[in-house]
Design a protein around this ligand. Sequence first.
Ligand SMILES: [Zn+2]
Length: 103
Amino acid sequence: MAYCRNCGTENDESSKFCINCGNSLRQRSEATTNTEGLESNDKTLIFLGNVCISPLLGIILYFVWKDNKPQKSKEVCSLTWWALGLWLLLIILFVIIMVIAEA
Ligand SMILES: [Zn+2]
């Protein structure tokens, strides 16, 4: 059973609109999924994009989603930090290897 969020009437799980007031039962649930975070697939893609292309990608996505999708932008932000950390680690590793090679 799905309860109408407008009037509280019990509706069939499959019905799109409330039988009592006609309020859309689907739209509300779609609206709540919009505020949810990223899917694990998206997370992997964004992280790989950050690492393979540039952490700039994450920063751009953060600013794109900042106003409309705060939860997503927050997750992109943390993913970008991880990617930045990985980049920093690679650069440090690269510098160490260069120093050892020159010695
Ligand atoms: Zn209703």
